[in-house]
Design a protein around this ligand. Structure first.
Ligand SMILES: *Cc1c(COP(=O)(O)O)cnc(C)c1O
Length: 473
């Protein structure tokens, strides 16, 4: 690559690391910053400047390479390095189980227990009655069986590992029959066929995308068949000319051949949402009662707990799964166990679970309550009294998210904001870079915040952010 004379001149203007560092050392703001952070920041700024020049970015001119400009960039870079990367934020998207935003907020009970168990030693793998080594799975097995009605239970790192572990244990070098309509990909590139390939199980697809019949499973059975797998198509629905084989039909088909039936519920819930007028999502209890031999689901989707993969089912199969050496690589940690145990205990009283578990609480929150929050925010923003700010109360649709309740539309209320002196993209960017960030969306040239997923104590954060933005301009 040849570079022009102009580029060469610009490159020569960049000061050396030592020169910049010497100047940084005279800045009292930088006194407490570790040496290594300063050096890395200076190098980074130099690299970025060089890169811009090499890219022949016309925006780079001599006045961007003055020592003052470079020092300012180093200052910003140092601030960025010393600030935490993982930060809490305000979810104003209306998507309750938002995978990019951490899926589920933990209940107060779960948080208390997380702190309590992890600030001291615990009996994580120690049987206090016998005084011998115990099993970490025992912490939640009993409560999971009690709530789900299953004979046995087991937990791993997440549901993707739960599926992998079950297939590896029960179907290695054997065939697993799945409907073509259920070969799902969910966000973050979890694809059922790929997981199956990793597990060493052989996928046997049956039926067509929109229609699968009991005879399709029947015809696929051979001496190599280990499992019938049903996958809850949690992030989309097939509508129109469709036919699916129900779990109960699958259980009936498997029985005479001695073929076990596994169901990947994806989200998994213990609460029947249809009781509250929402769309029906199969519950874990129903799958167990229908006769599934193995059911897997996530801990942090509709369950509203920590990230985990939960496996419930027949004791003989769970015992085998517990003995799989792969298990050791997928094992659940004590922070998760502490939070999961507390979350599960709340399900003993479903009313309490709905009240205490934020995920459930937000999905089932009556519209009137969301409306009330929206009115409060409306008032806070109107009181800023800036002529360039216009604020609107809106009817919105929230989503359960997290690959659950795919077509579920929850009526919601929100606020749409427009600032006449600014583009809507600039408003969105400012809110996203606020501390703490406020994540909404742009629609119809408005910055829209859905109040279903905004907590009451976050209304003031939004108010303050807008005040700062308006006073800046
Ligand atoms: C979400 C989901 C998974 C993966 O669960 P994680 O807990 O995210 O690993 C697997 N299968 C289905 C059907 C899902 O919806």
């Amino acid at each position: 690559m040849t570079i022009s004379e102009k580029q060469q001149k610009l490159l020569r203007m960049i000061p050396g690391v030592d020169r910049i560092l010497a100047l940084v050392d005279t800045d009292p703001d930088m006194e407490a910053i570790p040496r290594n952070v300063l050096t890395r920041s200076v190098r980074k700024v130099i690299d970025q400047t060089r890169e811009k020049i090499f890219k022949n970015d016309d925006k780079v001119t001599e006045k961007h390479i003055t020592i003052d400009q470079i020092l300012k960039q180093v200052h910003d870079q140092v601030q960025k390095s010393v600030s935490p990367k993982l930060v809490p934020l305000v979810n104003a998207t209306g998507i309750v189980v938002h995978t990019n935003l951490g899926r589920s907020i933990l209940s107060a009970d779960a948080l208390d227990n997380l702190l309590k168990i992890n600030s001291r030693y615990s009996n994580l793998e120690f049987d206090l009655e016998k005084g011998t080594r115990g099993s970490r799975y025992a912490v939640v097995e009993d409560i999971l069986c009690e709530i789900s009605g299953a004979q046995a239970a087991m937990v791993v790192n997440n549901n993707a590992s739960a599926v992998l572990l079950c297939l590896d244990t029960l179907a290695r070098q054997m065939e697993v029959v799945v409907s073509r309509g259920e070969l799902v990909e969910i966000g973050g590139s979890f694809r059922i066929p790929d997981v199956m390939a990793k597990s060493g199980a052989v996928l046997k697809e049956v039926g067509t995308t929109n229609r699968t019949h009991p005879r399709d499973y029947e015809n696929a059975v051979s001496e190599k068949t280990a499992l019938f797998l049903k996958v809850h198509t949690s992030n989309y629905s097939i509508v129109g000319f469709t036919a699916q084989v129900s779990l109960s039909q699958l259980v009936g088909l498997g029985k005479p051949h001695g073929i076990a039936v596994m169901e990947d519920l994806g989200s998994g819930t213990f609460i029947d949402f249809s009781r509250f007028g929402l769309e029906k999502e199969p519950t874990v209890q129903e799958s167990v009662a229908t006769g599934a031999d193995i059911v897997t689901f996530s801990g942090d989707k509709l369950l509203g707990g920590p990230q985990a993969g939960i496996i419930v089912g027949k004791k003989a199969l769970i015992d085998k799964i517990k003995k799989n050496p792969l298990n050791r690589a997928l094992r659940i940690d004590k922070m998760t166990l502490a939070a999961l145990e507390s979350t599960m205990r709340l399900y003993r009283q479903p009313e309490k679970a709905i009240h205490e578990i934020p995920t459930l609480n937000m999905i089932l929150m009556p519209l009137s309550q969301v409306h009330e929050k929206a009115l409060r925010l409306l008032k806070l923003l109107e009181n800023i009294k800036k002529p360039e700010l216009s604020v609107h109360l809106l009817d919105l649709i929230s989503k359960a998210g997290g690959g659950s309740l795919p077509s579920l539309q929850i009526p919601s209320k929100g606020i749409g904001v427009k600032i006449n002196t600014m583009t809507i993209n600039a408003v969105e960017r400012f809110m996203r870079n606020n501390s703490p960030p406020v994540i909404g969306r742009i629609e119809d040239d408005l910055f829209i915040m859905d109040l279903r997923t905004v907590q009451v104590d976050e209304l003031e954060i939004i108010e303050t952010a807008f005040k700062t933005l308006l006073n800046k301009g």
